[in-house]
Each structure stands twice: as C-alpha cells, then as structure tokens.
Ligand binder design. Sequence first.
Ligand SMILES: CSC[C@H]1O[C@@H](n2cnc3c(O)ncnc32)[C@H](O)[C@@H]1O
Ligand SMILES: [Zn+2]
Length: 426
Amino acid sequence: MSLLIKNTRFLDVIEEKIQEDMDLYIEEGRIAKIGKNLDVLADEVLDGREKLVTPGFINGHTHLGMSLLRNYADDLELQTWLEDAIWPIEAKLDREDIYWGSLLSMAEMIRSGATCFCDQYYEMDRVGDAALEIGMRGILTRGLIEDGDKDLKLDQTRALYQKYHKKGKGRLRVVPSPHAIYTCGEDYLKEIIDLAKEMDGVINIHMSETIKEVEDCKRDHYMTPIQYIESLGMLDLHVIAAHCVHITEEEMDLVKNRRFYPIYNPSSNLKLASGFTPVQKMLDKGIVMGIGTDGDSSNNNQNILEEIHIGSIVNKAVSMDPKALPAMEILKMATINGAKALGLEDQVGSIEEGKAADLAIFNLNSASFTPKNNLISALCYSAQAEDVESVLIDGEFVLKDRQLTKIDYDNLLKTVQDRMDQLVRR
Ligand SMILES: CSC[C@H]1O[C@@H](n2cnc3c(O)ncnc32)[C@H](O)[C@@H]1O
Ligand SMILES: [Zn+2]
C-alpha cells in the first residue's frame, strides 16, 4: 500500500520551518521520499494543497484508563485527590473498564493528532490490546506502587514485556514504572531499577510534582527528589520523568547531561494547583523535554493540541516573558523532543525519509487557519482538534476525514457511559 500526498506543506521540526509545495511519498509504512514534483506511482493520491502535514504528536505522559473518571473528582490538590477520591474508585475498575477507557483516550488523542503515548496504569495488557486494535504506537508501563502485591506487580511487568514489547510491528514498548518516590520505598525502587536494566534500560516515573513531595523527600532522605534518585542509581538509566514542577537549578545541573527527560503536563499542574514547571529554564540548560496530558481526571481531556496551547501561554505569563516557550519550541516538545524523551527518535517525531509515516493532516479551510499568516503560530495558538482531518500511523489511516477507521466510535462512547453507570453502583 502506497500513498502520495501531493503539493502539500509540512512542519519540518528539524529545520524549524514549514516546507512549502512538497510531495510526500509513503510506502510500506515509511516516509519513503520527500521532494518537489516526485515522479512516483502510488496506490492512492491525496491532494495536499489545502492541507498541512505534521509529525504525529507524542503524548509523553498519560493514564489512559482514567477516562472513565473524567469530571469525576475535581478541584482537589494531588494528595487529597489521589487518596480520598481516585484510588478508592480505581480499586473498583476492572480490566474491561480499563480497556474501554483506554480506547476512548486513544480515540481522543488520535482525533487531536497524537499518534504515540507513554502510559502508566493498571491492567496494561488490556491497554496494549486497545493500542493494537486502534493502531496506536505507545509505551506501556504498569504503574508500581509498593504494597502487599509488590512482587506480583514486578512479575506483571515482566509478563507484559514478554507479551507486548515490540508487538504491533514494533509499535509497542514496555518499560518498568515506579509510580513515584513517595509510593515506593528505597529497596523497591532499587529492585525496579534492576528490572529496568534487565529490560531496555528505560524507566518511567512521576517526579517532583508537588512541594509536599519535595519536602517529604528532604525530611525522609535529607536529599531533594533528584538527588535521591541519583543516590539510587536511577540516573544511569534513560528516565522519562513526568512533571518535574519543583526542580531546582542544582537538580537541573545534575540531570542536564544525563538521559533524563522531563515531561511537561501543564493542564494537570494547573488543575491540581501543583505549580508551574520552569520549562524555559530547563530548555536553556539544554534539557530535552516532552509534553503530556496526564489523566482525564486531572486535565480533563486527551486533546494534545490544547496541551500545546496552554503549555505555551501559561509559561509566558508565569515567566512574564512573551518570548518564553515559543510555538516552535513547544511543537518540538510534542514531536521530535517527545520522541527523544521516549527513546523513539529513530522511528518517529519528524517528517524525514526513512521514518515511520506517523502523520497528522490538518485541513486549512477552517477559521483557525484563516488567514494563513503564520502556520507555526496557528498550530500552537489557534488550531482545534476538529482541524485534524486525517491521521496515519505506520502509513495506515487510523483517522480519515474525521472518522476513526479501526473502531466504532458511537459504540465506544455508549459503552464507556454504560460501564461508568455500572461502576458507581458497584
Ligand atoms: C499506579 S498506576 C498510576 C497511578 O497514578 C495516578 N495518577 C494520575 N495522575 C497522577 C498524578 O498527576 N500524579 C501522581 N499520580 C497520578 C493514577 O490515578 C494511578 O493511580
Ligand atoms: Zn501522571
């Protein structure tokens, strides 16, 4: 199956510009050729004149199964939200709730142009099944909280790795994932680090999200959270570190030459009142960052375009600098730098020959893109999810003319509603 997108524009995150009047030739799931007036025959030709093609966006931190809990527990700070509201109801979620909730989150992500995620949750085999069904790329991480089942959870991570790592033509990865330093003790964290070394040397964790986390860490370990994980040897790994809201300059210096990748979650940090991530400071130190939506009970959606927009403008206001986190910089966080953060830059994150054809195709005949003064600005500041006309993953349409191609969307919405109605009665 081959596809030629003719006479189009695309977001080039390497050259940091919009490439105009280009042809993109996609064959066997890859971007095979990029150029002007390509002389190729394709099974399908798409007129790209009123379109803008971007790399599929990368959602670097999610809890996909949480979509059943959208608008369920609002207006609380992290610890109260988790302990009094979220963990009690999560204990009632079954495997099928998590499957359907994850499918809904994936549908929402695709409908806003995202093609890849890094998810931390429970029942991750069902999240993997949902990803295989809808065709998404992603990292599956079984969230590890230390309790009576701690060894069982490590075994579940091993089993997940055996069954899902590199499945779906290599689109899925499995990575060990301590939930946070405040839910895993020192020995358990060390065991997880050892497990990560046995696997691919990658770890996914919530880091320095709240002032309470930092203060408790200083009280218990006489170190800041990043000094603490360094003392455990975690910084020898590739670390996908969600949040990093309360990170000091010293900590930034500690991680800047390591494979430590903070994932910015602006909506969640705003809604849980966790604080403001010093994104521009970290970027200035050369730290590579991704961006993520977090879960549906702290965001409360999986719209990656909204995250890009909010993430940029909040950072400007907080730093009182309109030049902070400009459109191209945050678009890179959602594409090439997000791919680096997840260790997937050889495969995705940019429109380059040889990379997987994970692409979002925007329809420019919309208010958000009219007039076409600056398409990079439009993607960050005015684009809407409805402008995402089609999405390809591995060269296959997963969204075509706003229709999800692999699943029944109406049935999905109905099933999630039914399951939530049942859940509250359980
Ligand atoms: C053990 S699976 C993942 C676990 O994380 C919870 N969670 C969701 N959002 C956050 C957040 O912002 N900080 C910390 N923990 C979070 C989720 O509800 C699951 O219980
Ligand atoms: Zn999270």
